[in-house]
Design a protein around this ligand. Structure first.
Ligand SMILES: [Zn+2]
Length: 313
């Protein structure tokens, strides 16, 4: 922890030097004068922000596609991007652990908005692994976006923050937010229709790490377990934990393990082999590159729900 603090301090100093050497900041070349400068942390938060802000904002997404948000390591350029922005939209709920010291050091003119503010968060405090591992403060499951009804709360928060920072465009932000909320309502309905194909006794989910608690709560699934038994990818499973998971797989009879795009699949492959389970690819902490079928939040949810329905129905 101490080493990390020193690293962050070094990063901030480096960033200040970079800014001093580069007063015009050519590295954010997409910037447009006059537009509200906004940073979003993950590609998922970024896509929702872009649906509300559209071409009225100058949006920078911090994490590259495919990055594991639990383990993100910011570089000096990221510090510059954060210092430059008027609003920094974070997922919150403890997802951006590595960003916290950096945000604390960010320019106080910047506003950090947790888009998950107001969501009924799932408490993970009784998960000892999670508490004692790399995330001692984090006692909530951050994967709120697996339920589009939570993403509607994101839209409310994003709309409010953009209007506050740029009241001249309030009507446009409000219209965009209304349109996108309607799409999210439709998505929720679509999910209900899709999952109705899965008999109740088959609604058991095993993943690489626990990302579907909000989805499970909304659409009546059981999250049986995960290869990494926590709500973050940072913990390492012990041999006993893996054995317990394999036993649970045998007991419940689930023969499908959902594996995400932001994690090393080796362990999942081993458990699949031991238990005769099928590995099914899904998207977890990041959207896909353009053209790969999950490059927007709406497509990301559709992709994952289709994968789950096809595997379990
Ligand atoms: Zn995660």
């Amino acid at each position: 922890m101490r080493n990390r603090m020193i690293n962050i301090t070094a990063l901030v100093i480096l960033a200040l030097i970079l800014m001093a050497c580069n007063p015009t900041q050519p590295q954010t070349s997409s910037e447009t004068p006059g537009k509200l400068k906004v940073v979003a942390t993950t590609t998922i938060v970024g896509d929702v922000v872009s649906n509300v802000g559209d071409d009225l904002i100058d949006l920078t997404i911090l994490l590259p596609i495919g990055t594991d948000p639990h383990a993100f390591d910011p570089n000096p350029q990221d510090v510059v991007k954060i210092s430059d922005a008027k609003i920094i939209f974070i997922n919150g709920a403890g997802l951006e652990t590595f960003l916290e010291p950096l945000l604390e050091n960010a320019n106080t003119k910047n506003k950090v908005i947790s888009v998950s503010e107001g969501i009924d968060l799932i408490n993970t405090s009784n998960n000892q692994e999670e508490k004692s591992a790399a995330n001692p403060k984090n006692s909530y499951d951050p994967h709120v976006w697996t339920d589009p009804n939570n993403t509607i709360v994101w839209v409310d928060n994003i709309e409010k923050a953009l209007i506050e920072a740029d009241p001249n465009n309030a009507a446009a932000y409000h219209k965009n937010a209304e349109n996108y909320r309607a799409e999210l309502h439709d998505l929720d309905q679509w999910i209900r229709n899709q999952v109705s194909q899965i008999p109740p006794e088959n609604r058991n989910i095993i993943t690489d790490h626990l990302i579907f608690a909000y989805f499970a709560r909304r659409y009546d699934f059981n999250q049986i377990g995960a290869i990494i038994s926590g709500y973050s990818t940072l913990a390492q499973p012990s041999a006993q934990e893996l054995a317990a998971l394999e036993e649970a797989i045998h007991k419940v009879g689930v023969r499908v393990i959902l594996v995400g795009n932001t994690i090393n699949p080796n362990l999942a492959e081993r458990v699949a082999e031991d238990t005769g389970s099928q590995l099914v690819f899904i998207y977890t902490g990041s959207l896909s590159p353009k053209g790969d079928g999950a490059s927007t939040y709406l497509d990301y949810i559709r992709y994952n729900v289709n994968a789950i329905v096809n595997a379990l129905k």
